[in-house]
Structures are given as structure tokens and as C-alpha cells.
Design a binder for this molecule. Structure first.
Ligand code: ZN
Length: 418
């Protein structure tokens, strides 16, 4: 049986297989070449691979690669797509992996095709026949655009496992929470007319002024009601991002549109927020003689929170010697949590280098990540995990995460630990 090529070769091949996802059709590409590479390498290590179709996305697929059996187990997850790139602003070809200054440059190097190469290279050294619980490598589509890959997993109730780590670039810091995001458009239709007589029309811009006042009041209420000290911006935010209305100073404004986003804290429901905003609108319609509609600019992403009592957080804190934290970007974490898999975000590289020219993964992130991956696999797949025992043996940590002592390499020979 073939074995996967060296890490750098794998990463080069992944980077050289463009897999941009974008809501703009001119950028959007298939991810199938990336999936084919992963499938061939993981098959050669003994994984059984399921390529999963995604409804309404004929060119994009998820890969679920599984080895071992059991009720518990670990998912190592990543997305196969990248964002588009700025033509002419890269120092090297974004699709050709280049090593300079101890960094590996390429589109998707840290966010996050490189993660798969790091994982597969780690597995090469491990005796996977000894697994007592399943290990699943999950590769999703469309994370950077619609998250349709992760949504399909939830809709089809795919994948059963106890724990998951998503290798988004966190500089090896364990992340257990992020806010959700909704992007909404409010459209007001009034009646245009000659500006000399206000009675000749219904001014959509006047109505929008009322809507914005109500939304700002609502925003204040949310800020008062919800706080979470684990976030730098510790309250839910709502940003008015763009507004368009009217055409001429001497015409009553007939149409006005406002786009805004709302980022909710864990524990808040996007659906309820949407419903609360909807209740504001009929009164304004009535007083202004306009019609007001609200619609989503894209499907919302729920907030993400994995309990600070979860064994996966404690294990990752022990392996990284870093305290769990929150981030300001969204991930597929809430979708894996919806599948009942306690999920953490932890990966090599920095989000500061993602989504911009000259994206790179620093070489010094790779070995520590491989150590973390081995620790995770030892704890969740190689030991006979009695899940009740994990709960009983690990005292709860308080909200501000005093790390608890766990040895993920329990019963492992000293030289096998790294
Ligand atoms: Zn990413």
C-alpha cells in the first residue's frame, strides 16, 4: 500500500489545487481536487472514506474518513475551501507553496488546507491498528462562503463522535467560544412625489429614520441585558453597514434600504432576535404609510460555546499549556456541537495571516501541533475511554479557566510523547 508523500509535498499539492469558495459565481470553484488528494492519502493509511454530496452544490463535497469503531472517538476537522485572493498583491504565486524565512506561503497554508497535511503526516507515525475508539478526519466544503458543507452534515445527521477539534489558525490556542452572526436587510417602500408637498407621498427615508431609532434602542437593551466577560467586546453588537435611499433632493424618497449585522453572544438565539426585530416594524409601517420587509443577506451562523467543563478543553489546555479563550471570527464549531460533538477550535498558524495576501504558516507551529494531535489521539482513541470516568476524574473548572491537570499521554512511554 502506498504511504502519503512528505508533509511539504502534501501541502504543496493541496495549495496547488485551487478551491476558492465565494458567493460571487465568478470566483466560486469546486473543492473536489482537494478532496481527492485527501481521500487517496487517508485511504493509504487505512481510513474508509465517504465522499458526501451537498444539496444544491454539485461541484462541492465533504469527505468523512473514518478508522476504528466505537461509541466515542475524535473528529479532526477542517475546511477544504479558501477565500479569493488579491491578484498582484502576492509576493509569490498563491497556488505554489513557497518556503521563505521559516514560513510556508500559499493560499490556504494556514486557513486551512495546511492543517490536513499536518494531521496526515502525524498519523503516518502512529499505529492506527491499536485504536480503541474511532478517529474521523472531516473535510468540509464552503466554510468561507455559505457553510453549506457543515449545514449538510447537521441536516443529514452525519458523524457520531464524542469530541472534535477544528484546526482553524489559532496559534495553537484552544478556543471554546465565538459569537454568532446575522446579516440582514431592511427594505422600505414608500411613495415618491413632489417635495413641495409632503402629502403627495410617503417618505421611505423618514420611515427608515424611525426604524434606525428603534434598532438603536433595541441595541442598547441587548447591551444592558447580555454580557459575557470571556469576549473582548463583551456584549452583542449591531452595526449599520450601508444605506441606500432616494434619488433627488426635490423628490419624496420612495425607497430606502439598510444593511446591518448582529453578532450575538453564546446563549442568545438568532431566531428570537430576528423575531424581536420583526415586532418593531408594523407600527412604523402604520404611522408612515410604508411597507417594510426584512430579509437575511445570508444564512445566519449560530454562536459557538463548548462548556468550560468539557474534557476536550481541559485536555487541549494541558497539551498547549494555554488557557482556553474566545475569538472574534466564526467557525463550523456550532454545527459540530449541534451534532452532539463537543468541539474546540485549535490549529497552527494565525488568523492575522488569513484572508490576505502572503498568507503563511510558520514552520515552528508544525511540530507543536503534531504533539497536540498525538496527545488528542492518545486520549480519545488509543486509551479505552470510559466517558463517565473522564467526567468523574476531572474536577470542573470555573468560568475563568484555571487549568486542571490532565495527562493526555497517560500510560504512554516517554519517547512516544512528542
Ligand atoms: Zn478558516
Amino acid at each position: 500500500m502506498n504511504t502519503p508523500p512528505p508533509l511539504i509535498t502534501m501541502m504543496s499539492q493541496l495549495i496547488a489545487s485551487p478551491s476558492i469558495s465565494s458567493s460571487q459565481a465568478s470566483w466560486d470553484q469546486s473543492n473536489k481536487k482537494v478532496i481527492e488528494l485527501l481521500e487517496s492519502w487517508l485511504s493509504s493509511l487505512g481510513f474508509s472514506c465517504e465522499v458526501m454530496a451537498i444539496p444544491n452544490r454539485p461541484n462541492n463535497v465533504n469527505l468523512i474518513a473514518t478508522i476504528g469503531h466505537g461509541e466515542g472517538g475524535l473528529v479532526l476537522s477542517g475546511h477544504t475551501d479558501t477565500v479569493p485572493y488579491d491578484q498582484g498583491r502576492w509576493q509569490s504565486d498563491p497556488f505554489s507553496l513557497e518556503e521563505r524565512d521559516n514560513k510556508l506561503y500559499g493560499l490556504g497554508s494556514c486557513d486551512m488546507k495546511g492543517f490536513f497535511a499536518v494531521v496526515i503526516d502525524t498519523l503516518r507515525d502512529m499505529d492506527l491498528r491499536q485504536l480503541k475508539e474511532p478517529l474521523i478526519i472531516l473535510a468540509t466544503a464552503d466554510e468561507e462562503s455559505s457553510m453549506s458543507g457543515a449545514r449538510a452534515l447537521v441536516n443529514q445527521q452525519k458523524i457520531k463522535a464524542r469530541y472534535a477539534v477544528i484546526g482553524e489558525p489559532t496559534q495553537l490556542k484552544p478556543i471554546y467560544a465565538h459569537k454568532g452572526i446575522m446579516m440582514e436587510r431592511i427594505q422600505i417602500k414608500g411613495q415618491s412625489g413632489h417635495s413641495s408637498n409632503p402629502a403627495l407621498g410617503n417618505n421611505a427615508m423618514d420611515a427608515m429614520h424611525l426604524v434606525m431609532s428603534e434598532l438603536m434602542t433595541f441595541r442598547q437593551q441587548l447591551k444592558k441585558k447580555y454580557r459575557d466577560a470571556s469576549f473582548v467586546i463583551d456584549y452583542p453588537t449591531m452595526n449599520f453597514g450601508c444605506i441606500h435611499g432616494g434619488d433627488s433632493a426635490n423628490r419624496i424618497c420612495g425607497k430606502c434600504e439598510l444593511d446591518f449585522d448582529l453578532r450575538a453572544l453564546p446563549g442568545m438565539s438568532n431566531q428570537s432576535l430576528m423575531e424581536e426585530i420583526q415586532t418593531i416594524l408594523p407600527k412604523i409601517e402604520e404611522t408612515t404609510g410604508t411597507t417594510i420587509e426584512m430579509r437575511s443577506l445570508f444564512e445566519d451562523i449560530p454562536s459557538f460555546l463548548t462548556s468550560t467543563d468539557s474534557d476536550i478543553l481541559k485536555t487541549c489546555e494541558a497539551l498547549t499549556q494555554q488557557t482556553g479563550d474566545s475569538v472574534a471570527f466564526c467557525t463550523e464549531g456550532p454545527f459540530l456541537n449541534q451534532l452532539g460533538i463537543e468541539t474546540l477550535i485549535l490549529g497552527p498558524g494565525s488568523i492575522d495571516q488569513a484572508h490576505q495576501p502572503n498568507e503563511f504558516m510558520a514552520l515552528d507551529q508544525i511540530k507543536p501541533m503534531q504533539h497536540i494531535l498525538k496527545g488528542l489521539i492518545h486520549r480519545y482513541c488509543l486509551q479505552t475511554v470510559d466517558n463517565k470516568l473522564i467526567k468523574a476524574n476531572t474536577p470542573p473548572i470555573d468560568k475563568h479557566h484555571k487549568q486542571t491537570k490532565i495527562d493526555p499521554f497517560n500510560n504512554v512511554d516517554e519517547e512516544d510523547r512528542v
